[in-house]
Design a protein around this ligand. Sequence first.
Ligand code: PLP
Ligand code: SF4
Length: 285
Amino acid sequence: MKEKITPYLRGLLHFESMGRQYLKDKNEGEHFDDPLMEEAHERVRGLVHKYPNRALIKVSYLCAAHCRFCTRIRQIGNKEGTLSDDDIENIALYLQLHPEIDDVILSGGDPFYTPRITQKLLNRLAQIESIKVFRIGTRMPLQSPDSFQTKPLQALIQYLVTLADRLPVYVLIHVEHPDELTDAVVDLLRKWRKHPFTLLSQTVFLKGINDEFDILYPLFKQLYHLGVTPYYLYHCDKVAGLERFVGDMEKEKKIALQLRESLSGIACPLFVEDIANGYGKWPVV
Ligand SMILES: *Cc1c(COP(=O)(O)O)cnc(C)c1O
Ligand code: SF4
């Protein structure tokens, strides 16, 4: 995976500490595996159906910036992953044949990086009666907040506003460090809070970057104050070649307990590990 960082991120004053999540290491390998066995559960191109009632859809493998610790580092940046019209139709047919799936998670890549395709996909899926909840995972608000002033993204946000009138829509931002919550990001989140979709966040423990109580405590507190509910705090997935990011489990458990003691219940995410054997994101403490 090539190094890719937005001009906005490069310009941040605090890029030194939190920016390391984007920098390639000279000892990093070239080949990465699929620790969560997603490919084994990819039923039609782009759709991962691992748990009975919910499916994950990869809109593309493209993102505004490339996080070195990404679980899908093996795919990120590859243009081949972008859904075509045929792929969208095949995904819709699969979901129609599986009415037990009531919850669809758009991921990637970043669904906001290809707004027209995401909107086309949502528009098709919104016709399927059995889908009751939509979720969209993104890092774009933190990697390129200015992009949300462009027409295609504004149209997509407006589409989500309309969709959220009818069904629950969750926008799940992926944030690792309080330095990522700049004025531009805070402004955007404040705007979004007025929309009818629900804001959640997820965070990955990253060794040497955010695995300190004094970093995560202000992060979750600030998110809570902004109306963003922290959903999951992950132990970093063990991708071969990315061991440098995986922290010490005992240390992380201690931090998670300290967070539980200090934060409001709603502000404290569930500390989980994604267990590849089928249980999914399982609580650690
Ligand atoms: C994370 C994930 C989900 C959603 O899991 P929740 O625990 O419901 O948030 C669904 N499918 C796949 C493949 C996932 O990785
Ligand atoms: S934005 Fe998300 S999908 Fe893209 S590289 Fe980062 S963690 Fe991976």
